[in-house]
Design a binder for this molecule. Structure first.
Ligand SMILES: [Fe+2]
Length: 293
């Protein structure tokens, strides 16, 4: 069956039909998905009732997987899923929801702030693929913002001002915004800031986008309060409702997004209800900026 995309919401999101993730992808299907990701930036696949192995096989057919280690407060002995997955559920290794005051849960609440996956890594993520296995009775939407349209909507003076700016991203900075400071020395060392360009050029389309996340807490060469106020203004600009697609999850949905030209955030849901969503991630091509050792 041919791959069909149908635009939903703002022009950067579309639904895809004609893909069955239980089966290996044909080369023309792989090409169609990449083309769809370049045309849009968020693709929604409904009714994909797949297991971990099928999600991994589908993901690997599109590129190299980014392993998730050390990006949360889960200790390795507490992992519920292999490191080929980012476990963005609210479940412990026994599939029980975290207690409301569990620091692993409180750290993960940082995902409710606008961000781009793995922008706190030297090589940030390319695509994320999030699959819904079980969802809460209400809430838990994921919202996406189109950072290419947001860039295009800036005035010429602002575009010139930000062209070569470099930010520092760290999960410490996003959690500080929520009043979460409960980190060990080892965690602080593990989450040390990395540098990312504020404007990225997409390798396939050649189009520029804002590259922002709540992890960004400074701009090289700028006083910190001025940088944070400026970044806050840019996030506010980029997340105006007409730049946003809000996804309401159904079990079996797989949503794929391009982290290089979108931001996203999770919305709240009842803390005692399980939300089992499993993310596989494609690693990016390389750093966006030179790092310091
Ligand atoms: Fe995320």
């Amino acid at each position: 069956m041919p791959v069909v995309t149908r635009q939903i919401g703002p022009c950067f999101a579309a639904e895809v039909e004609g893909i069955d993730m239980r089966k290996p992808l044909a080369p023309d299907e792989v090409a169609a998905i990449h083309a769809g990701m370049d045309m849009y930036a968020v693709l929604v696949f409904h009714d994909q009732h797949i297991d971990d192995e099928q999600q991994l096989a589908f993901t690997r057919s599109l590129g190299e997987i980014e392993h998730s280690t050390g990006a949360s407060l889960r200790a390795p002995a507490e992992y519920r899923l292999p490191t080929t997955f980012a476990d963005v559920s609210n479940l412990d290794q026994h599939n029980k929801p975290f207690a409301r005051d569990d620091r692993r849960r409180l750290f993960a609440i940082g995902n409710r702030l606008w961000h781009s996956d793995s922008s706190f890594k030297v090589i940030p993520a390319k695509y994320s693929l999030l699959h819904a296995r079980s969802i809460p009775s209400k809430g838990g939407n994921t919202e996406f913002a189109d950072m290419r349209t947001a860039y295009d909507a800036l005035d010429d003076e602002t575009r010139a001002e930000i062209e070569d700016l470099v930010c520092e991203h760290s999960q410490i900075l996003s959690r500080q915004q929520l009043g979460f400071f409960d980190l060990t020395d080892e965690e602080r060392a593990r989450f040390k800031p990395v540098r990312q360009r504020l404007v990225r050029t997409h390798p396939s389309t050649g189009r520029k986008s804002l590259y922002l996340a709540s992890h960004a807490g400074s701009i090289l060469g700028w006083p910190v309060p001025e940088a944070r106020a400026f970044l806050r203004d840019l996030v506010e600009h980029a997340t105006q409702r007409h730049f946003v697609y809000a996804h309401t999850w159904r079990v079996g949905d797989l949503v794929m997004w391009d982290n290089r030209r979108t931001m996203h955030r999770a919305r709240p849901f009842p803390a005692h209800e399980p939300r089992d969503v499993r993310r596989t991630t494609l690693v990016g091509d390389g750093p966006t900026a030179a790092q310091v050792d």
